[in-house]
Design a protein around this ligand. Structure first.
Ligand SMILES: [Mg+2]
Length: 256
């Protein structure tokens, strides 16, 4: 994987030729013990706002969080976004949509997941409406048995799939993910026709990396671990520093 400078070198000089897709947790913001403990300082929101202006609106957040949580994190800024791993979205004009094919099966499954999480006080269940997440950061030894239990429960629910993440297992709709979320955005202005860049940190971002690579775009993995991404940055601090460089100068001149 190449270094930051090579990443910048590969980008178009004119930022209006670039479409920026950014995961949130672990990419823009450091991870915390629980999702509710993650906070964004005002500088991060301001940086994203500056980039959005520079890119004529072609900036979107692509996260496992619901849209309303991203809005709370970056308030008062409201960005185009795909939430809940692509199960809901808001385009650059503010129009929203959601994936709903799986909701009946999710309702059927919900009691089983609730029961599973209730059996261990160290587990945190996050019911996001379109997805269900079981966080086990405080009980990492539960990873295998939780995955086995959820996989067994999902076997009879073809519209649902299991998403693995950092100390989290998530039930989400099958057939949508960060790759489909980015594809939807790229089909419409102001994203359409631009070189896409996607940065993420987790297993949930790998579909997005593969999709971006197939388009000849720029994929950036934040942090350690094997990845399909073509480039790598060390942590959210490095990611924000890289974005700041992009925001201040034409991309090719941002090489230091
Ligand atoms: Mg992440």
């Amino acid at each position: 994987m190449c270094v930051l400078q090579a990443t910048l070198q590969s980008l178009p000089d004119d930022p209006t030729h670039l479409a920026l897709f950014l995961d949130v947790d672990g990419t823009l913001l450091p991870l915390a013990a629980a999702p509710a403990d993650v906070h964004a300082d005002a500088n991060t929101g301001a940086l994203l706002e500056r980039l959005r202006a520079l890119l004529d609106g072609a900036l979107a957040l692509v996260s496992g969080r619901p849209l309303e949580e991203m809005d709370r994190l970056f308030a008062p800024h409201i960005f185009a976004a795909a939430g809940q791993h692509g199960a809901e979205w808001r385009d650059a004009a503010g129009a929203t949509g959601r994936h709903s094919v799986h909701l009946e099966e999710l309702d059927d499954l919900r009691p089983q997941v609730l029961e599973l999480a209730a059996g261990d006080a160290r587990l945190l269940l996050e019911d996001k409406g379109l997805t269900l997440a079981v966080h086990f950061r405080r009980a990492p030894e539960r990873a295998r048995d939780l995955e086995a239990a959820l996989a067994a429960a999902l076997a009879v629910h073809p519209t649902l799939t299991l998403q693995r993440g950092k100390c989290v297992l998530e039930v989400r709709p099958a057939g949508c993910g960060k790759d489909t979320a980015i594809r939807r955005m790229l089909d419409a202005p102001p994203f359409a026709g631009r070189l896409p860049l996607f940065a993420g940190d987790d297993a949930t971002d790998e579909d997005g990396f593969r999709f971006i690579n197939a388009l000849g775009g720029c994929s950036i993995k934040v942090g350690d671990g094997a990845s399909n991404a073509r480039y790598r940055l060390a942590d959210p601090h490095a990611m924000c520093a890289w974005l700041a460089a992009l925001a201040h100068t034409p991309a090719s001149q941002a090489i230091t």
